[in-house]
Design a protein around this ligand. Structure first.
Ligand SMILES: Cc1ncc(COP(=O)(O)O)c(C=O)c1O
Length: 393
């Protein structure tokens, strides 16, 4: 499957985004095997949680089997109930919308803004102010009558959402802010770490993310009660471990010590990986900027992105090919590229859910193409990509 993100690729192929394993991964995993600490408790789980909490500047971190599970639990501990509504980015991988449905709540899809392609904060604010009403200390959607409980902005592609308007309106209406920071570990918003801007946040360590544990996730928060509840729910809601007493429905969502060992080794290298991603992005931006019909991704002056997947917009009328034609052309040259996600308001999986003025996300979906962005992308490989886009046949 040459186009599976994070999967090994054949020789000569330039992959979209694959892991970089060059640190203490072998050493730490061997330590697990040598000591028999391989399962869902162990010193590396604690160390990875502490390391991630410190990195994000949060008080607590809870390791999970993947980022989707982290989102599921974050929604539960934040008090999102069946039939509540949660505002979420329309232009994102589908996992956060699915997690909202896991808890029986409903996504309301908010458009992307045209500059950095993140959730449009103004549209989120407008929706809450114009389409909702304050009734008995709760915000209710005028059309559906449902309670609006949370906002779930997704920092896509390694760039932060413009959070201040979102945090302001959330405070005004007493809404919880759950950050999906799965694609943006290490990115900063106005000097502050993504994942420590709202009430609770989630990371992913899937194979294509900036650091990986094969599969894995993390919840971070400063809220002690939520952190305790998250740990409880992710460990089968075990109240009495010897007699198997469970007072609630729990989940088997903990990360294993083996995976956490890899996570610890990867986390040690995160600074270097971000430097590499930013260097790769700077080279693409410099060399692709003057090609007619190609618009590289931009970074806001208030942001420091990690350029998880470097992405361009392809204007067919000027470039002569559309984004999918360019993707196929690159594919023939052994270069993996990928469009952005189908905006979720148009996904059959979320048919019937509410959307608010989604237009920009649809256009971005048509035009966007993500280019090879692995931390280990070699200069010669990147030049091949640039040359192929500069001189298409
Ligand atoms: C925006 C976003 N949210 C959530 C996830 C889910 O993470 P995981 O694959 O670890 O479940 C991903 C990616 O995988 C993602 O890109």
């Amino acid at each position: 499957m040459p186009f599976e993100p994070g999967a090994p690729v054949a020789k000569g192929i330039i992959p979209l985004c694959v892991p970089e394993i060059r640190g203490n991964e072998w050493k730490y995993i061997k330590e697990c095997l040598d000591t028999n600490w391989v399962s869902s408790v162990g010193p590396f789980v604690d160390r990875f949680e502490k390391g991630l909490a410190d990195y994000a500047g949060a008080k607590y971190a809870i390791a999970t089997v993947n980022g989707t599970a982290a989102l599921h639990i974050a929604l539960l501990v934040a008090g999102v109930k069946p039939d509540d509504e949660v505002l979420v980015s329309a232009l994102t991988f589908i996992a956060p919308a699915n997690a909202i449905r896991y808890v029986g709540a409903w996504p309301v899809f908010i458009d992307a803004e045209p500059d950095y392609w993140q959730m449009d904060p103004q549209k989120a604010v407008d929706f809450l102010k114009q389409e909702c009403r304050w009734v008995n200390d709760e915000l209710r959607n005028k059309a559906t009558k449902r309670r609006v409980k949370a906002i779930l902005p997704v920092h896509i592609l390694g760039h932060p959402v413009d959070m201040d308007p979102i945090l302001g309106v959330a405070q005004k209406y007493n809404l919880v802010v759950i950050e999906d920071a799965t694609e943006s570990l290490g990115a900063k918003y106005k000097g502050r770490m993504v994942g420590h801007l709202g009430d609770i946040a989630c990371f992913s360590f899937n194979g294509n993310k900036i650091i990986t544990t094969g599969g894995g996730g993390m919840i971070v928060t400063d809220n002690e009660a939520w952190a305790q509840k998250a740990k409880y729910l992710t460990t089968q809601a075990k109240d009495e471990p010897v007699e198997y007493i469970h007072n609630e429905i729990g989940y088997n969502y903990r990360l294993t010590n083996l995976q956490a060992a890899m996570g610890c080794a990867q986390l040690e290298q995160l600074g270097d990986y971000i430097t590499a991603k930013r260097r790769i992005a700077a080279t693409y931006s410099e060399q692709l900027t003057n090609i007619d019909g190609i618009k590289p991704v931009t970074e806001a002056h208030w942001a420091s992105g990690i350029f998880w997947l470097y992405t361009i917009l392809v204007e067919e009328s000027k470039y002569g090919k559309n984004s999918r034609e360019l993707m196929r052309y690159l594919g023939k040259l052994g270069i993996q590229a990928r469009p952005l996600w189908q905006p979720i308001n148009t996904s059959p999986a979320h048919r019937g859910c509410m959307e608010y003025q989604v237009k920009v996300a649809l256009e971005l979906n048509q035009k966007a193409l993500s280019l090879p962005s692995s931390v280990g992308l070699m200069p010669g490989e990147q030049q091949r990509v640039i040359d192929a886009i500069s001189k298409p046949h």
